[in-house]
Design a protein around this ligand. Sequence first.
Ligand SMILES: [Zn+2]
Length: 291
Amino acid sequence: MSTQDLSTPDMSTPDMAKPDLLKPKATVTIADVLAAMESRYPIASAELWDTVGLVTGTPDSIVHKVLFAVDPHDRVVSEARDVGAQLVIAHHPLILNSEITPSQSKRKGEIVGQLLANKIGLFTAHTNADVAWPGVSDALAKTLGVVIENKTSIDPITSLGRIGNLPSTLTLGEFANQVLASLPETQRGIHVAGGLDKPIMRVAICGGSGGSLLDLVAQSDADVFVTSDLKYHVAQEFVDSTGKCLIDISHWAGEWTWLDQAAELLKLDLGGTLETHVSSLVTDPWSLSLN
Ligand SMILES: [Zn+2]
């Protein structure tokens, strides 16, 4: 991992305030965690195709420690067992697509078996965490040094993505180096499109795959768009037609920045003796980059 600043969220803003309904408890159950997560990331705000919420675990089970991770990977379940966590909160759903192949089904079933055998609960918050205030893109913005004001989303209707400012103008090359140094290290690294001397002040950000927001970013006043998983033709067309720049980061690394924020909020909401642990396992599927 890189040595990026993972300082705690700014609790002075109204969005970070502790919900009145949630009181610190000496003993925390999965039901308490579900209530706290629902207050921050309502399941009703998830996309209809998304599969979020409790996967394994019973509501009255006691939770001393929660492990936060991007992916409900089998290595993450092993990590939860090793650190003594009774619950994993993952950003990505265990089963993302309704059309799942037999081999995928077998592998997911094995992960469920591993969770049950170790009496570890699994809860996921995905697109409901993307659109929350604060949510995934807010955590990514803070990590990259981008200040979001006036709750400015790329898509004001869905609240997806954020647009904010750098404290001072950088060149694209300077900002790209700042992005690389701020994120946890991955083999995937970052890819940059646009003239490296272009001035960058206004930054659009979307944690995860933000390709669907390209048209909105094109119409915005952003100088650069930071997101993941952009395709060749759409990236080329965007840069050539708008004059704006792109920085394509590791999907895993961008969303990993949310874990610390979510863990701090859960501790703020439930307090008491609850411990949290942020996974340091790199579950990015890209294991080697050759140039
Ligand atoms: Zn994602």
